[in-house]
Design a protein around this ligand. Structure first.
Ligand code: SF4
Length: 112
């Protein structure tokens, strides 16, 4: 199905892909490409931004779906979680905090 193929291509380009480029990659005409892009946008599966390429107005298409943390963000995780202090509104005693202790132990386990 054209929508699935396009979505797969867009999802593999987290930095975005030009609509004119995806049309060439898929070997479809501009009318079909626009229709498919509009359908994916209507389903909130992609978003697009205006862009000039070679002096012509086109669009850059971006995935919306979360495909997992990036390499950069993985460095901020321990045991698959951010620090429990993020957004925490408990009365804070770090020396005895079980949440913080569990997270620190997860860091130690991952590093050993
Ligand atoms: S140390 Fe514990 S109580 Fe304090 S901010 Fe972090 S998670 Fe919350």
């Amino acid at each position: 199905m054209v929508e699935n193929e396009m979505l797969e291509i867009i999802n593999s380009h987290r930095e975005g892909i030009l609509q004119s480029e995806i049309r060439k990659v898929m070997g479809i005409d501009s009318k079909k490409c626009s229709r498919t892009v509009n359908k994916l946008m209507k389903e909130h599966l992609i978003r697009r931004e205006d862009e000039l390429a070679d002096g012509r107005k086109t669009f850059r298409l971006f995935p919306i779906g979360f495909t997992g943390p990036s390499e950069k963000h993985l460095k901020l995780l321990a045991g698959g979680s951010f620090s429990p202090c993020t957004g925490c509104d408990l009365e804070c005693y770090p020396e005895t905090c079980n949440r913080l202790n569990a997270w620190v132990y997860a860091i130690i386990e991952e590093e050993s």
